[in-house]
Design a protein around this ligand. Structure first.
Ligand code: ATP
Ligand code: MG
Ligand code: MG
Ligand code: MG
Length: 511
């Protein structure tokens, strides 16, 4: 069976909304340079924030587009799920249609239904929709208007109430806000659907019952005293995950089995000489704990070699898109802020290629032309800079592979004695790995976990503190420290081992 092509399905969306009077605009760059609250565009509406806040007039009353989005930091961070699940990506396209003080709930709902069931021909009884159930504590009423509108198209057992978290959108503590209606699709087999109705699996992290489209109705303004007033002009903001839509229209069970990812996956599998079987690790099997930052911890020891291969191939196919498009949009890997987020994603991909696919040589950069060709029609910026993007990635790979080799050798050497002594890598050793070998703590923890060991992270922090004090006292300049940073603390910490080198290299490229 041949798969529907990504370019055709994307164009159908744009053509449909053009036929409903929408102006089609190109995607904004993913990298945000002028907003201190956001490192990367993380939703279709982000580039239009000023229109909704009334800072600028919208140039058109109706707009539609596909927006490159990243969810790798801050409020929306899906990074840790990527590779294990089959429908969250670090970079994805969000298809969107907007009304700026023009049409409202009635048309948005009618068009969403028409597009999904008549253009894409999705089966009506696989679709579930949600509406805001209201919030007593907050005094916000249920969105029965939306509930009633949906009754024209589907049956009551497919119209589900949803809570504030999923079904009420607010820009911030104050400002525009309003209820949303989400559309979910049940892609399970007939038999599975007969056993358990899809309505019980909506918003339950089931890989085949997934949210595809969110329609936000900006109806109110939240004031500083928390009360709501009706906005003089009401607006619509919608976002549909393109890769999930591709899964639905292709009749497959994973975003990775669509035309969006298959060219990359086939290229990777061939290049590393392994087979991609699409095996999916259920969330229940892979997730063994969730730390207080909400990060998922997976027990790789329970995975078979083939599962590890499949995960690694998915991680790489996903991450190369984020890395390549972010560089093409002007953000180079570095040791601070957005650049550090990208460097970490690149290193995550290198680590999977290294440990699960046996790639000891730079490899990711070879994927760039495949991706550039595939996306040339809609995002020509990558094709235009293929050689530059490849060089940046290859240099990063070379530097990090060197670090990996040395650190891994050291960890292997420690393995047996650590196991005999209770299985905990002490803080001093973890610190030495980072301090001397430039091997970051998160990586030590990850590899330790794969060996069935743990790391004394508190001990690591103590060592780090002591070292900071020592150098503060001696007024020395730190030379080879490494601190695992998040984008929140990145600006304040010492920048890592290869910053000068990297900067020099990248400056060379920029010339
Ligand atoms: P989910 O509950 O699945 O995490 P969400 O509610 O966080 O999705 P929204 O913020 O409502 O997502 O974004 C609109 C749409 O974008 C979603 O309905 C979904 O189709 C898509 N989407 C969201 N996050 C991702 C992601 N990480 N990768 C791919 N598509 C995504
Ligand atoms: Mg989410
Ligand atoms: Mg959701
Ligand atoms: Mg949502």
């Amino acid at each position: 069976m041949s798969l529907p092509t990504a370019s055709h399905v994307r164009q159908q969306f744009l053509d449909f909304f053009a036929s409903k009077g929408h102006h089609i605009v190109p995607s904004a760059p993913i990298v945000v340079k002028d907003d201190p609250t956001l490192l990367f565009i993380n939703s279709g509406m982000a580039p239009f924030k000023d229109y909704f806040l009334g800072n600028k007039p919208a140039p058109y009353k109706r707009i539609a587009d596909t927006q490159k989005c990243l969810r790798v930091s801050g409020k929306h961070n899906d990074l840790e799920e990527v590779g294990y699940d089959t429908y969250h990506h670090t970079m994805f396209e969000m298809l969107g249609n907007w009304s700026f003080g023009d049409y409202f709930k009635k048309d948005a709902i009618a068009w969403a239904w028409e597009l999904l069931t008549e253009v894409y021909k999705l089966e009506k009884d696989r679709l579930y929709v949600t509406y805001f159930e209201g919030d007593q504590a907050d005094g916000t009423a249920a969105d029965t208007e939306t509930q009633d509108l949906w009754r024209q198209y589907t049956t009551d057992d497919r119209i589900l109430p949803g809570n504030k978290k999923d079904n009420f959108w607010e820009m911030g503590d104050t400002g525009p806000c309003g209820p949303c209606t989400e559309i979910h699709i049940d892609l399970r087999s007939e038999q599975e659907r007969a056993q358990k109705p899809g309505r019980e699996l909506v918003n339950a992290d089931h890989p085949q019952v997934v949210e595809i489209w969110n329609n936000v109705f900006m109806e109110f303004q939240r004031l500083a005293d928390k009360s709501l007033i009706k906005l003089p002009e009401q607006s619509v903001d919608t976002g549909m995950g393109f890769e999930r839509l591709m899964m639905a229209v292709s009749g497959v069970k994973s975003n990775y089995d669509t035309d969006v990812f298959q060219p990359l996956i086939q290229f990777i599998a061939k290049a590393v000489g392994k087979e991609y079987t699409g095996s999916v690790v259920s969330a229940q099997l892979s997730v063994v704990s969730e730390d207080d930052q909400g990060e998922l911890t997976t027990n790789n020891q329970q995975l078979t070699t083939q599962q590890k291969t499949d995960i690694a191939i998915r991680v790489i196919a996903d991450h190369i898109r984020t890395i390549a498009f972010t560089i093409a949009d002007g953000q180079l890997p570095s040791n601070v802020k957005a650049g550090y987020v990208i460097r970490r994603i690149l290193r995550r991909a290198v680590r999977y290629a290294f440990s699960s696919l046996g790639q000891k040589q730079p490899f990711l950069y070879k994927l760039v032309p495949v991706l550039a060709d595939q996306m040339a029609g809609i995002f020509p910026e990558l094709k235009a800079q293929t050689a530059f993007v490849q060089r940046v990635i290859e240099e990063e790979e070379i530097a990090f592979l060197k670090t990996l080799e040395t650190g891994l050798r050291r960890l292997d050497a420690l393995e047996e004695t650590t196991r005999q002594n209770g299985g905990v890598i002490d803080g001093k050793t973890a610190f030495e790995l980072s301090d001397t070998f430039g091997f970051p703590l998160d990586l030590t923890a990850l590899i330790a976990r794969e060996k069935g060991l743990t790391v004394d992270e508190e001990g690591f922090k103590k060592e780090l503190e002591q070292q900071k004090n020592r150098s503060r006292n001696a007024q020395e300049t730190e030379q080879s420290d490494w601190v695992t940073v998040t984008e929140h603390d990145a600006p304040n910490v010492f920048v890592g081992y290869d910053q000068d080198e990297a900067t020099a290299r990248l400056l060379r490229y920029r010339k």
